[in-house]
Design a protein. Structure first.
Lengths: 344, 507
C-alpha cells in the first residue's frame, strides 16, 4: 500500500502510464503500431533527443535553460562534416572515420563553455544568453560552410553504419525477436543516460547541481563553487549537443547548415519538461527524462501512421506535449492531495 | 547561578564593533564577551542592532570597525562559510535550506572536500545524519526531502548541522516565533543540553518569559548601542523593558472613554459552511471590539468574508446603516472598510516595491486623479504617513522588505488609514513586533477609535484584548461563543469561551 502510494506520486510512473495508454490507444486504431518494427522506428527517432536531453536536464536542474543546443548541434556537425569533405584539401590525407566524434564533442563543449562564461562571468540570464547564441552559432554555421550542405557521399559509411548496424543481433531462429536489432546509436544514447545518472546521483558535483537549482542563494553560502558547477553544466550540455550533431550525420547521412538541428531545442526541452524536470530547478531524474523522450518518440512515430498530414503534424505534436503536461499535473496534484488525506 | 565571567576565558570577545549601512550607523562600539557554556539573550527593539550584531558574528555582515576575538585569537569572518569553519552557526528563524534535497544531504552539503567527480558516500551520509538527528532526540526521516518539513523540524536540522561541524557558538535568531509551545519546549531542552556540553548559544527573542526561562545572561541593545549585560536573575521585567525602550513603559492604560457613537458595522447570521456559522455582532463608532479565540476558530475567515476576500455564503452586513453585499476587496474599500491582514509577508506587503508605493497602494484614485500617478502627491502622502506613524526608515524609496517587522506593519496600517476607513479590521496587528513598537501601536489604535472609527481587533494575546477593547467577542470552532463587556472580561472568561471542551462541559 505504501509502495503503491509512493508510486502514484512518483512522476515517472505517471509518464510510464501515459506511454502505455498512448500506445494502446494508437494500437487500437492501427494494430501494426504495436510491433517490433515500430519499436525500432521509435527507438531510432529518439537517440539524438535523448543524448541532448541529458545535458539539457542538468542545465534545467541548475535552474537555467540552454536554448542554443540546436545551433550547437548544427555547428558541431558541420565542423565534422567539413573535416570529412575537405580533409584531403586541408591536410593532404583522409582522416579516420571516427575523427568526427571527438571533434564534434569538443566543438560542442567549447560552444557550451562559451554560454557558461557569458552567463556566469557576466551574470546574464541563461535564457537571454542562449537565445543570443542560438542565432550566433547558427549564423557561424552558415559562414564556415558558405551555406553549402555536406552531401551523403562525404559522410563515412562507418559513421552512417552506427545508425544501422548493431553490436549484437538476436539469433534469427528465435520467434518474434528474430530479425530485431538495436543499433549502436540507441545503445550509445542509453549509455549516456546511465553515465548521466551516475554523475547526477553519485558524484559531488552532481549533487551540487541539484543544490544550486534548489536554492541558488544559499549554495555559495555552503561553500559550493557555483561558477565551476555552472560552467561544467553548460559545457556538458554543449558537448552532448555536439555528440548529437555527429549522430545526426550518422542518422541522416548529410549535414545542412539551415536544417541540421533546427528546432531541436524545442523537442529536447519538451522531453525534459514532460519527464518531470522542474523548470524552477532542483527537481528531476534521469529516468523521468528518458521516459519523456520515449513518449515524444511514440507520438512522433504514431502521427504518420495515423495518416496525419505533414502540415498538421507540428500543431498536433505541440498539442500532445501540452496535453501530457496537463494530465501529468492533474494526476500528480490529486495523488498528493489523497496522500494528505490518508495521513493521520 | 554563578557568574560565568569569573570562571573562564570568553569564547568570543567583541570590541568596538560598529556597522554602518549606506552611511547610517546601525551599530556603535559594541563590546561583548560570550562565555563558553552560557545561553546569552540579545534583547532590544526592532532596529536596536541585536540582529546586526549576530549577523556580524555569523559572517553575514562585516563590521565597519572593531575586532572579534575567538578563543583569544583575533579572527576575520568574511562569510557564513568562514564562520561555519570557525565553529559559528547562525540558525535562521525560517531556515535557509535546499528544499528539494533530502534531510541527510542538507546536513552534509558543503562539508569536506574532494574532487568534483568523487563519489558521494550515501550510506555514510545517511548513517551520520541519523546519528545526529537521534542525538537531538527528535524523529525526522533523514531520507525525506526538506520540503514539507515543519519549521520546527527544519530548525532541528539546522541545529544538527551545527553539531555536524561541531559548532561552539550557535546563534538562534528569533527561533521560537513560528513554533508551537510544545516545539518551543523541545527546542529549549536541546538548547540547555548543548549549553551543558560547553557550547555557547546566542538567543534572540522578543518574548521576555522565554528569555527568562532559558537564558543565563542578557545583553540589551538600544539604538545601535549596547546598554547593559547582566545575569537574568538581577533584572526584573520592568528593568528590562525600561532598558530596552529607554523610558519606563507605563502599564498600558485604557484611554479615557472615547465617545461611542452609532453602529458602524452590523453583522447578522453570517455563515460560510465549513468555516463559520451564524455570526452576529455589531461595532459602534469609537468602539474597539476584540475578537478572541484559538487559532483556527474562524476569526480570520470572518474578517476575510467581511472584506470580500472569501465572501460569506449567507447573512446580512450593514456598514454605516446601509445593507452591503461585498464580494471583492475594492468594493469593501469603497464602503469604508479597511483590513490589515495577519500574515503581512504573504498578504500585506509588496516586498520589492518602495515604502512609498506600499503606503499609497490602496488609494490609486488619490495619487492618480487623472489616471497617471502624480509623484508629488504620492510622495507627500507617504511622507505625511511616515511622520504621523513614526515609521523608521532610511528613505521612502527603500524597498519595504528592508524595514523591520514593526515598521512594515506600521506602513500597512498607514496604507489603510489613507483610505479613511470608518471600519478598521486588524488581524493580529502586533504579532512578531517588539514591546516598544507594540506600545506605540496600542496608542495608535486608541487614537483611531477616539477619532470615531469602529475597530474590530482580532488577537490571540489575552492581555492585549483586555487592555484595549471595549467588548470582547470570542469564537470557537466557527461559532460566536461569547460577547463580554469590558467590565466583566477576564482571561479566564475568554479562554473558557474559546476552548471547545470547556464550552461543552459548561453546556
Amino acid at each position: 500500500m505504501n509502495f503503491l502510494r509512493t508510486l502514484l506520486v512518483r512522476r515517472e510512473a505517471g509518464i510510464a502510464v501515459m506511454i502505455v495508454l498512448f500506445c494502446l490507444a494508437v494500437g487500437a486504431v492501427k494494430p501494426q503500431f504495436l510491433s517490433l518494427d515500430q519499436l525500432r522506428i521509435i527507438l531510432l527517432l529518439t537517440p539524438l533527443i535523448m543524448i541532448a536531453a541529458m545535458g539539457q536536464m542538468m542545465v534545467i536542474v541548475a535552474r537555467h535553460v540552454d536554448l542554443s543546443i540546436g545551433s550547437t548541434l548544427g555547428f558541431s556537425a558541420m565542423v565534422s562534416g567539413m573535416l570529412y569533405r575537405f580533409d584531403v584539401d586541408w591536410f593532404g590525407f583522409d582522416v579516420p572515420w571516427w575523427t568526427g566524434i571527438p571533434v564534434s564533442v569538443v566543438v560542442g563543449a567549447l560552444l557550451g563553455f562559451g554560454n557558461g562564461v557569458l552567463i556566469q562571468l557576466f551574470r546574464l540570464p541563461a535564457i537571454i544568453v542562449t537565445l543570443g547564441t542560438l542565432s550566433l552559432y547558427r549564423g557561424l554555421t552558415f559562414i564556415i560552410s558558405n551555406a553549402k550542405q555536406i552531401d551523403r557521399q562525404w559522410i563515412p559509411s562507418e559513421i552512417k553504419g552506427l545508425s544501422q548496424t548493431s553490436p549484437f543481433t538476436f539469433p534469427e531462429f528465435l520467434p518474434i525477436v528474430g530479425k530485431f536489432n538495436i543499433p549502436w546509436i540507441v545503445i550509445l544514447a542509453f549509455g549516456i543516460a546511465i553515465l548521466a545518472y551516475l554523475f547526477l546521483m553519485h558524484t559531488r558535483m552532481g549533487r551540487q547541481i541539484y543544490a544550486i537549482g534548489s536554492n541558488p542563494v544559499a549554495a555559495p553560502l555552503r561553500g559550493i563553487n557555483v561558477t565551476q558547477v555552472n560552467l561544467a553544466v553548460f559545457t556538458i550540455s554543449g558537448a552532448l549537443a555536439g555528440l548529437a550533431g555527429i549522430m545526426y550525420a550518422s542518422r541522416w547521412g548529410f549535414v545542412n547548415p539551415s536544417n541540421t538541428g533546427n528546432g531541436f531545442e524545442f523537442q529536447v526541452i519538451a522531453a525534459v519538461v514532460i519527464g518531470g524536470v522542474s523548470i524552477n530547478g532542483g527537481v528531476g531524474t534521469v529516468l523521468g527524462t528518458v521516459l519523456g523522450v520515449l513518449l515524444l518518440g511514440c507520438v512522433a512515430a504514431a502521427l504518420p501512421l495515423l495518416g496525419i498530414p505533414g502540415t498538421s503534424q507540428a500543431a498536433i505534436y505541440g498539442a500532445v506535449i501540452l496535453l501530457a503536461l496537463l494530465i501529468d499535473r492533474t494526476v500528480r496534484r490529486q495523488g498528493i492531495v489523497s496522500l494528505k488525506r490518508v495521513r493521520p | 547561578m554563578t557568574d560565568p565571567t569569573n570562571k573562564a576565558e570568553p569564547l568570543l570577545s567583541a570590541r568596538g564593533i560598529s556597522k554602518s549601512f549606506a552611511g547610517v550607523e546601525v551599530l556603535r562600539d559594541v563590546d561583548l564577551d560570550l562565555m563558553p557554556g552560557e545561553i546569552h539573550a540579545l534583547l532590544g527593539e526592532n532596529g536596536a542592532g541585536k540582529s546586526t550584531f549576530a549577523k556580524i558574528v555569523a559572517g553575514v555582515h562585516r563590521p565597519t570597525r572593531g575586532t572579534l576575538r575567538l578563543n583569544a585569537e583575533t579572527v576575520d569572518i568574511p562569510s557564513p562559510l568562514a564562520a561555519q569553519r570557525l565553529g559559528i552557526t547562525l540558525i535562521h528563524q525560517e531556515p535557509i535550506s535546499f528544499p528539494d534535497l533530502s534531510v541527510a544531504e542538507n546536513l552534509v552539503l558543503g562539508r569536506g572536500s574532494g574532487s568534483p567527480l568523487s563519489r558521494v558516500p550515501w550510506a555514510e551520509i545517511i548513517g551520520d545524519a541519523r546519528r545526529l538527528i537521534d542525538l537531538l532526540g527528535v524523529r525526522i526521516d533523514v531520507t525525506r526531502p526538506m520540503r514539507g518539513l515543519s519549521i520546527a523540524d527544519q530548525q532541528m536540522v539546522e541545529i544538527a548541522r551545527a553539531l555536524a561541524s561541531d559548532s561552539r557558538l550557535i546563534i538562534m535568531d528569533e527561533p521560537t516565533a513560528p513554533l508551537t509551545p510544545k516545539e518551543v519546549e523541545t527546542l529549549f531542552g536541546i538548547a540547555r543540553r548543548l549549553r551543558d556540553e560547553g557550547r555557547t548559544i546566542i538567543f534572540i527573542s522578543h518574548r521576555l518569559e522565554e528569555v527568562r526561562a532559558l537564558c543565563d545572561r542578557v545583553t540589551i541593545f538600544r539604538d545601535g548601542s549596547k546598554i547593559a549585560t547582566e545575569d537574568i536573575g538581577n533584572l526584573t521585567d520592568a528593568d528590562i523593558i525600561r532598558l530596552m525602550i529607554g523610558r519606563p513603559l507605563k502599564e498600558y492604560m485604557h484611554r479615557g472613554k472615547s465617545h461611542i457613537g452609532e453602529v458602524a458595522l452590523k453583522v447578522e447570521a453570517l455563515s460560510l459552511p465549513g468555516y463559520f456559522e451564524n455570526i452576529s455582532f455589531e461595532v459602534r463608532k469609537g468602539e474597539i471590539v476584540g475578537l478572541g479565540g484559538l487559532v483556527g476558530a474562524g476569526r480570520t475567515d470572518v474578517a476575510r468574508a467581511l472584506f470580500g476576500v472569501a465572501p460569506a455564503a449567507s447573512g446580512i452586513v450593514w456598514v454605516n446603516g446601509k445593507v452591503v453585499h461585498i464580494t471583492d476587496p475594492s468594493q469593501a474599500i469603497r464602503e469604508g472598510l479597511a483590513f490589515v491582514p495577519e500574515d503581512r509577508a504573504v498578504a500585506g506587503i509588496f516586498r520589492t516595491l518602495s515604502v512609498e508605493q506600499n503606503i499609497t497602494a490602496a488609494v490609486p484614485r488619490q495619487i492618480a486623479p487623472s489616471g497617471i500617478i502624480r509623484r508629488t502627491i504620492e510622495k507627500a502622502m507617504a511622507h505625511d504617513s511616515v511622520r504621523r506613524l513614526r515609521i523608521r526608515l532610511a528613505s521612502l524609496r527603500q524597498p519595504i522588505g528592508e524595514l523591520s517587522g514593526g515598521n512594515q506593519q506600521k506602513a500597512i496600517l498607514a496604507r489603510w488609514l489613507l483610505t479613511d476607513p470608518s471600519v478598521l479590521i486588524l488581524d493580529e496587528p502586533t504579532r512578531g513586533i517588539d514591546i516598544g513598537v507594540k506600545a506605540e501601536f496600542y496608542d495608535m489604535i486608541g487614537e483611531l477609535a477616539a477619532a470615531g472609527r469602529a475597530i474590530l481587533l482580532i488577537s490571540s494575546e489575552l492581555p492585549e484584548l483586555l487592555a484595549l477593547c471595549d467588548r470582547v467577542l470570542v469564537m470557537s470552532e466557527g461559532h460566536l461563543t461569547a460577547d463580554i463587556p469590558r467590565a466583566d472580561a477576564t482571561q479566564e472568561r475568554i479562554m473558557s469561551a474559546a476552548v471547545p471542551q470547556f464550552r461543552e462541559a459548561a453546556a
